[in-house]
Design a protein around this ligand. Structure first.
Ligand SMILES: Cc1ncc(COP(=O)(O)O)c(C=O)c1O
Length: 359
């Protein structure tokens, strides 16, 4: 059978998802989902749209793209909607990577960048993180004549750190125009820092950048599958040729459109994240654990002990966290910021694990 499959598949590892709880009462803080559930406006729109399911969806997600274009201040032909933003990565890889071209991927980062590079016969070139942050100088140095694409994750999964506007602009000056930068802003809506660059600004200036965003996190719709990419139309035009015609379901288009305007829900999501973050910093400080200040909806903690063992103990305490072994960081974990009650349960479990029940 081996010779029947494309050779590149031999180098591809299975995706390791966050574990989903089966037992009642167990909470999942492993996949950076929205602790408030889905946007209520999306739920209402989905219920309404479900009456039209005998009809194929709009193949270009026209209404959703128009609404996004208005909100983002770009032309709608610069936007392409996918069955999650991971599909946009796949479409981009299928559209642009020629066999043997190099794709620069930060090490210890969201695994799908490497996956899609390999799937389309690109050659992933890994660049180490520096102090658990993406090292733009080293990435610029890794560019060769064969480089086609650079993936950047801002905020970074799994560390929650950001590339600042200043360092991004310095980096852009060093990168040749014929390289596509894929700027993954899956967690961009959670950012508090004023130093955060808005990727769209550079697209408006004509740069060769594809910005990725998603409805999975901030809008609470990970199970619905809707995400989008924004780039200049000279690029999206060809991505539309690769996109399967009916990739975004009627329910996903309607739900995402409604979620976009669900201000009360989005405000609540932001506030919960800001206060959850403060609480977790305070408690992690008390426990003396090393963590990174985060601009996303999760916190990276360097436990300096086996993350897989901690995962098992935390499971027993009713909390599913994400050991970062599959990210190549076997002593670190990533924990989604939850509701107040969920955060407290996580901290209680961690305290018990490190110091025993009675401290
Ligand atoms: C950095 C990053 N990009 C993209 C995604 C994929 O999002 P989507 O659900 O839109 O495919 C995730 C999901 O965890 C992510 O962490």
């Amino acid at each position: 059978m081996e010779e029947f499959i494309r050779p590149t598949l031999k180098n591809i590892k299975d995706y390791v998802p966050g574990k989903t709880p089966k037992e009642p009462g167990v909470i999942k803080l492993a996949s950076n989902e929205n602790p408030h559930g889905p946007s209520p406006a999306a739920l209402a729109a989905i219920a309404k749209e479900s009456k039209n399911l005998e009809v194929y969806p709009d193949q270009k997600s026209i209404l959703l793209r128009e609404a996004l274009a208005k909100k983002l201040g770009v032309k709608d032909d610069c936007i392409i909607v996918g069955n999650g933003s991971d599909e946009i990565m796949q479409i981009a890889a299928a559209t642009f990577i020629k066999p043997g071209e190099e794709v620069i991927v930060p090490k210890n980062t969201f695994s799908l960048y490497e996956f899609f590079a390999r799937l389309f016969d690109g050659v992933p070139v890994f660049v180490d993180l520096k102090n658990h942050e993406q090292d733009l100088d080293a990435i610029a140095t890794a560019v060769t004549k064969k480089t086609k694409m650079i993936f950047l994750c801002n905020p970074h999964n799994p560390t929650g750190t950001i590339i600042t506007k200043k360092s991004f602009e310095g980096f852009l000056k060093k990168i040749p125009d014929n390289i596509l930068i894929i700027l993954d802003e899956a967690y961009g809506e959670y950012v508090e820092s004023k130093e955060f660059p808005d990727g769209l600004q550079y697209i408006k200036e004509g740069k060769n950048i594809l910005v990725l965003r998603t409805f999975s996190k901030f809008h609470g719709l990970a199970g619905l599958r809707a995400g989008y990419g924004v780039a200049k139309s000279e690029l999206t035009r060809y991505m539309f040729r690769v996109k399967p015609p009916f990739n975004v379901s009627r329910l996903a288009q309607a739900g995402a459109l409604a979620a976009l305007g669900d201000k009360a829900f989005l405000d609540k999501t932001y506030e919960t994240n800001v206060s959850g973050k403060k609480y977790l910093y305070q408690e992690l400080d008390k426990l003396g654990l090393e963590y990174k200040k985060t601009e996303a909806n999760f916190i990276f903690i360097n436990l300096k002990k086996s993350a897989d063992e901690v995962f098992v103990s935390m499971m027993r305490a009713g909390v599913i966290i994400r050991p970062l072994t599959s990210f190549g960081l076997p002593q670190c974990i990533r924990v989604s910021i939850g509701t107040k009650g969920q955060n407290e349960k996580f901290v209680a479990g961690l305290r018990n694990l490190f110091f025993g029940k009675h401290t």
